[in-house]
Write a protein that binds this ligand. Structure first.
Ligand code: AMP
Length: 381
């Protein structure tokens, strides 16, 4: 910790980069973020344009990180020749591709759903025969929030866009259905010297492939915590990963299986802005900048609600007790626009907070609040 980084460059200029910059600010670290599509470099906090192209990002940075595994690898490789990049492109490659993830998990005997690699219709037919239905077909590279995915429920014609994707060289991961009772995730940060801090397992509820609700810590998941910690440590150490990482998990009631890995801060970790002494964003900044990691002290229960597709009315966004994050993005169906953290010391008080918001919600938030309300009702019995 001889030299303290003061300028951190972020590849990607979405909400994750913005929240990294918010967490970096109190540490005296100023961020610049590049939009990989148009090359514009901006201050993530103010949106002020700093210039254009990778040279601008380099001149504004002492080291670099990324907010998404879907950034162009060539850009990351070009930049890492100029400045240190953390996590490294090893993490980017291994966790930016579903088949790469399967190889990584296999090396450590970490269980996941039965799967097959598909390049053509015959491969998919074979997967249908061997893996059964429902069958999940996922683009190996580039899909997110349920996009780039197909779910086959019976033999029949294959979707035209799936055939077209494979004809254009897209590799597909075919995956057997997992009869999960709930979805969990584990998040951890790893520093440059290999030290790690772990967040508690959290419970995630998806709708149409998009995360809607996280409850942190996951109720009754303490018995899985050590297993999840061991798995995330094995993955992080294998790649010499530096920064936050996340593993999405299926809990079948009797077993834990990995769904997906992410080499970065994760939507299911946003609760830590309210419910932990040190958020995932702060520990990512600390890890990549070589500062000591801070083990998160978790207080109470936090419910994170994603704000998807619509802007909440001010009465909801600023209701008592609501911690509101708005990403300043244009509303669009199925787009993550912000999130809300609610905090309490028991499920009943959280349920009361959710119920109070319901009359103020638009259509999508109504769905999100219904999902949260249902789960909290069960938990508070
Ligand atoms: P993914 O993009 O892989 O995280 O998938 C989005 C959502 O689809 C997951 O969060 C699950 O709810 C569901 N899903 C994906 N794969 C499977 C599977 N193999 N079995 C059951 N549900 C799945």
């Amino acid at each position: 910790m001889n030299h303290i980084t003061r300028k951190l460059g972020i590849i990607g200029d979405g909400q994750l980069g913005r929240m990294l910059a918010q967490a970096a600010n109190p540490l005296g670290i100023i961020c610049a973020a590049i939009n990989p599509s148009d090359g514009m470099v901006r201050c993530p906090l103010t949106g002020r344009e700093l210039g254009h192209g990778v040279r601008t990002l380099i001149s504004e940075s002492e080291l670099l990180t990324f907010e998404s595994e879907h950034i162009p690898l060539v850009m990351a490789e070009q930049l890492m020749h100029e400045l240190p990049l953390a996590p490294s492109t090893r993490s980017l490659v291994a966790m930016g591709d579903r088949l790469g993830e399967r190889a990584l998990l296999g090396r450590h005997n970490i269980p996941c759903a039965a799967w097959r690699e598909c390049h053509c219709a015959d491969d998919v037919r074979l997967a249908e025969e061997t893996l059964g239905y429902p069958l999940y077909l996922k683009r190996s590279h580039g899909g997110y929030d349920g996009r780039g995915q197909w779910r086959l429920t019976a033999p029949g014609e294959l979707p035209a866009d799936l055939l077209e994707a494979m004809a254009h060289g897209v590799t597909i991961l075919a995956e057997a259905h997992v009869p999960f009772v709930r979805e969990l995730s584990i998040l951890a940060a790893r520093g440059r010297e290999g030290q790690m801090v772990f967040y508690p397992l959290v419970e995630n509820s998806h709708h149409d492939g998009i995360l809607h609700v996280t409850i942190a810590p996951a109720p009754g998941a303490e018995h899985w915590q050590q297993t999840a910690n061991d798995w995330i440590r094995a993955v992080a150490e294998d790649l010499d990963h530096v920064g936050m990482l996340a593993i999405e998990l299926f809990d079948t009631g009797s077993a834990l299986l990995v769904n997906e890995l992410a080499p970065r801060v994760h939507n299911s970790g946003h609760w830590s802005q309210r419910g932990a002494s040190h958020s995932q964003f702060e520990n990512h900044v600390r890890a990549v900048c070589g500062l000591p990691l801070q083990p998160p002290q978790v207080n109470g229960i936090t419910v994170m609600l994603n704000v998807i597709g619509e802007q909440p009315v001010p009465a909801l966004a600023h209701a008592p007790g609501v911690q509101y994050y708005w990403y300043c993005k244009a509303p669009r169906a199925a787009r993550k626009l912000g999130h809300i953290n609610l905090h309490g010391h028991d499920y009943a008080s959280l349920l009361a907070q959710v119920e109070a918001l319901k009359p103020l919600a638009g259509p999508t938030l109504t769905t999100t609040l219904a999902i949260a309300g249902q789960r909290l009702t069960t938990l508070s019995r």
